[in-house]
Design a protein around this ligand. Sequence first.
Ligand SMILES: [Zn+2]
Length: 108
Amino acid sequence: MTRHPFEVLEDGTRIYSNGRVYTPKTGRVYARRKPPDEAVEGFVRFAGVWLPPLPLLPGEGRSWPETRPDTDAYHHMTKPRKCRCYVCLRPESQRWKDLWRKGLPLRF
Ligand SMILES: [Zn+2]
């Protein structure tokens, strides 16, 4: 492919050496591959749309729910000493400790 040299007039019109005239259209955006505000980090591009970062707290500032189940107390009953962990100190774990004392298997 050969490119013809061209001269640019004051209004942006290009006149190529082969006689072709091209006037670029103003205000046209062909593709937006950069986020609208490059100073802000965290922009996510999804389906061609730039989404702004969500106003979330950092990981240290968030509180997470307790995810350790009460049945952990059943297994901690086999420890040689009385377990003082957070799960075993919860009142809800008493049901599972009693189950172990009665010699019953762990069932849900
Ligand atoms: Zn424990």
